[in-house]
Design a protein around this ligand. Structure first.
Ligand code: AMP
Length: 282
């Protein structure tokens, strides 16, 4: 069956009638679809009768100094991926449609939006939550799937759904990696071979860290790998390494028992990468 492409609420409403009743899942993306996105679509298909994918490079979540204008846009290839994966509806609005010039109201990610990743990208999570809420209101899915690759984003979306009583179930999907460990990302296409070798230290550091028994050992083992990569060519420029509580993203104490997220963000050349793993203590 052909995928229906909608660009605004009127087209979405026509599409929803065409799809009929049944559970609808939404997979929000910024396009440049890769195996990670495919895995989200497949998980969505296991939890709903129909899957919709949104493709929207959200200007609100990029700071002026970030890579909004050079973010990869591969719409025709993305449509083919959606078709192959049995997606029934693609929502691809324009920025002008999503953000009217007279708009005033947006979502605040609160204090949790200003720590860890949020400390390095002020306003980023406000932009993410605002677009996600708009996508939910436009597409009206029963369930939405997000990658654990963006762990703080997933935690904040769960918080928004709880705090604002959103009638949508939020599912997290595992991170898809290259065979050598590098987490798939639309931004990986910017990496040269040398960049990629340095970038691999992110997943290596997380691996080394997560094999240790206590929080201080985890932090130290991961940091040693990142410190070595800081002297590579090109060097790894670390933004943060954090060992945090999964739901709140606050640093865990040394005696922590249970799950924690070991999260890292770093730049290689002009490309910024993030990754994380879950570590269980006790
Ligand atoms: P993006 O298009 O990068 O905004 O990502 C759209 C969705 O795909 C988000 O929920 C991401 O967390 C998820 N995602 C991105 N990369 C991966 C990956 N390597 N594995 C699993 N999910 C991913």
């Amino acid at each position: 069956m052909d995928v229906i492409v909608a660009g605004d609420r009127a087209e979405l409403d026509v599409a929803r009638t065409e799809l009929g009743v049944g559970r609808l899942a939404l997979v929000p993306t910024m396009g440049a679809l890769h195996e990670g996105h495919r895995s989200l679509i497949r998980l969505a298909g296991e939890h709903a009768d129909q899957v919709a994918v949104s493709i929207f490079v959200n200007p609100l979540q990029f700071a002026p100094n970030e890579d909004f204008s050079r973010y990869p846009r591969t719409f025709m290839d993305d449509l083919e991926v959606c078709q192959e994966e049995g997606v029934r509806l693609v929502f691809a609005p324009s920025a002008d449609y999503m953000y009217r010039p007279d708009r005033q109201v947006s979502v605040s990610a609160g204090e949790m939006g200003a720590i860890v990743e949020g400390a390095f990208r002020p306003g980023h999570f406000d932009g993410v939550l605002t677009v996600v809420l708009k996508l939910f209101n436009l597409v009206r899915p029963d369930v939405a799937v997000f990658g654990r690759k963006d762990a703080q984003q997933l935690a904040l979306i769960r918080r928004m759904a709880a705090d604002l009583d959103l009638p949508v179930e939020i599912l997290g999907a595992p991170t898809v990696r290259e065979p050598d460990g590098l987490a798939l990302s639309s931004r990986n296409r910017y990496l040269s071979a040398a960049d990629r070798a340095t970038a691999l230290s992110l997943s290596t550091a997380l691996n080394e860290g997560s094999s240790r028994a206590t929080p201080p050992e985890v932090r130290q083992a991961a940091r040693e790998v990142l410190d070595a990569a800081a002297h590579a060519d090109p060097p790894l420029l670390l933004d943060y390494l954090a060992l945090v509580e999964p739901a709140t993203f606050t640093e865990i104490p040394d005696g922590h028992v249970g799950d924690a997220v070991l999260a890292v963000a770093a730049r290689v050349g002009t490309t910024r990468l993030i990754d994380n793993v879950v570590v269980t203590f006790g």
